[in-house]
Design a protein around this ligand. Structure first.
Ligand SMILES: Cc1ncc(COP(=O)(O)O)c(C=O)c1O
Length: 441
């Protein structure tokens, strides 16, 4: 048991991230422990985890193997410098990771979060173009409604209005594809929506505007999560891949939420059969327990950097905690748990059941769309006129009261449970959301 009181008597010092601090501090929602599919709240209630924490606890909570690996690692080697020095676990982890990455993606750069993976990927892309003599290829193409973390590169290639309102002019030399959300054509699609492939052709328009010789990379989430679960239309990612190949532009998949089994395959690249040049990962890499991210690159990119003098640093980039021993131990144990429990394919086994359960909510009040893929689901609500986000936030609060953790973004409920979820727990989660929807105003 923690020696701290579950509700400290002063909540002011901690400035909470992405939180309505004033609302929270007037009525705190504290989680005090967790096991498998459930959190425990400070008032002793079991809370079904409908979001795998923040899309990261893919193997469920308090997994013995991961906990022990972390404990043992702290005893053995707590920290080792990350620059010009190595320790065995980081190499072992990189080797293990490339066993499950798409073919020809055999090199890993470690970071500490999804945001850092994105910054790292963007820097590698620009540096790679320079290394191969394409020095004018510095431009980055993102997408409207893309979320790539919170750092300046990520919010620049991302397409979220609040970041543009709040944080200034961001990086220059960035352009954006249109988002692929077409509610008039695709509402209540099951799996990939049928319409919207042609939106990928906008890349060609952007290339014609800027010229291919100025563009380093395109970055997209294969499935956008944080802006409300936007699933790529059939053929869309394939088309982006073709255009990038044709114009020698790198394609980066931000797989921070789709990596590690979320769609029923190790990565979304496997699910869609589209292999990018760079993958950004984080979250599920350590089952969310210790911060860690990874950028996985194609052999050709890594090799391009390994051609200079043998004693110079090839990539002028890295973090104090890149490949941290405790994080590496946690990640190795996590990958073992995923393999032992068959969690990379679990989402595909459950996908049909998940889909039918979610779409059973179609006729509830205020529901204007339901979307699903793998073990991801979204229920979009009609906003209250003049008060966007309020209705969904009220659903979130009511769900917590009723014993299930969901997440909302805008007026969209997004759910992404741990991959160990059982069918009965899918029923429990969807039942809870149904009860909440029935009482919404
Ligand atoms: C696609 C994507 N990229 C990047 C991030 C940022 O990850 P982090 O919060 O670990 O920095 C997220 C987080 O949700 C994400 O969904």
């Amino acid at each position: 048991m923690s020696t701290y009181s579950a509700i400290p008597n002063d909540l002011e010092a901690f400035w909470m991230p992405f939180t309505a601090n004033q609302q929270f501090k007037s009525n705190p929602r504290m989680l005090v422990s967790a096991e498998n599919m459930y959190y425990k709240s400070q008032d002793g209630r079991d809370i079904l985890d409908g979001t795998a924490g923040l899309w990261c606890v893919n193997a469920g909570h308090k997994r013995e193997k991961i906990v022990s690996a972390i404990q043992a690692q702290v005893e053995e080697l707590d920290y080792a410098p990350a620059f010009q020095m190595g320790h065995p676990k980081a190499f072992a982890l990189a080797n293990k990771l490339v066993e499950i990455t798409p073919e020809d993606m055999n090199h890993v750069f470690f970071t500490n979060s999804g945001s850092e993976s994105v910054e790292t990927a963007l820097k590698i892309a620009i540096a790679y173009q320079r290394m191969r003599g394409q020095v004018s290829r510095t431009r980055l193409i993102g997408r409207e409604r893309g979320y790539h973390g919170v750092n300046f590169g990520g919010i620049s290639v991302g397409g979220i209005v609040n970041n543009r309102k709040m944080f200034g002019t961001l990086l220059s030399g960035v352009d954006h594809l249109p988002h692929t959300h077409l509610p008039d054509l695709n509402s209540f699609s099951k799996g990939q929506p049928e319409h919207g492939l042609e939106l990928a052709n906008d890349l060609e328009r952007i290339i014609k505007l800027h010229d291919a010789s100025t563009i380093a990379a395109v970055i997209v989430e294969p499935v956008s999560g944080s802006t409300g679960v936007l699933i790529p239309p059939v053929g869309y990612l394939e088309r982006l891949r073709d255009l990038c190949d044709h114009y020698e532009i790198l394609l980066i998949f931000d797989e921070v939420i789709t990596g590690f089994g979320r769609l029923g395959t190790p990565f979304a690249a496997d699910y869609f059969g589209v292999v990018p040049d760079i993958i950004c990962a984080a979250k599920g890499l350590t089952n969310g327990i210790i911060p860690m991210g990874a950028v996985i690159v194609k052999d050709e990119i890594y090799s391009q950097f390994m051609t200079g003098p043998k004693d110079t640093i090839e990539l002028f980039h890295g973090y104090t905690y890149s490949g941290n021993p405790v994080a590496a131990a946690a990640a190795i144990a996590t990958l073992e748990v995923y393999e032992e429990d068959g969690l990379f394919s679990r989402a595909s086994e459950l996908a049909a059941y998940w889909q039918e359960a979610l779409h059973s909510l179609a006729d509830y009040p205020f529901v204007i769309d339901i979307r699903n893929i793998g073990l991801i689901g979204a229920i979009e609500l009609e906003p209250i006129q003049g008060h966007p986000t309020k209705r969904a936030f009220s659903a979130f609060l009511r769900a917590f009261e009723r014993g299930c953790l969901i997440r909302t973004t805008g007026d969209i409920i997004a759910i992404s449970p741990p991959l160990i979820i059982k069918k009965t727990q899918i029923d429990e989660l969807v039942g809870c959301i149904g009860d909440v929807l029935s009482e919404l105003e």
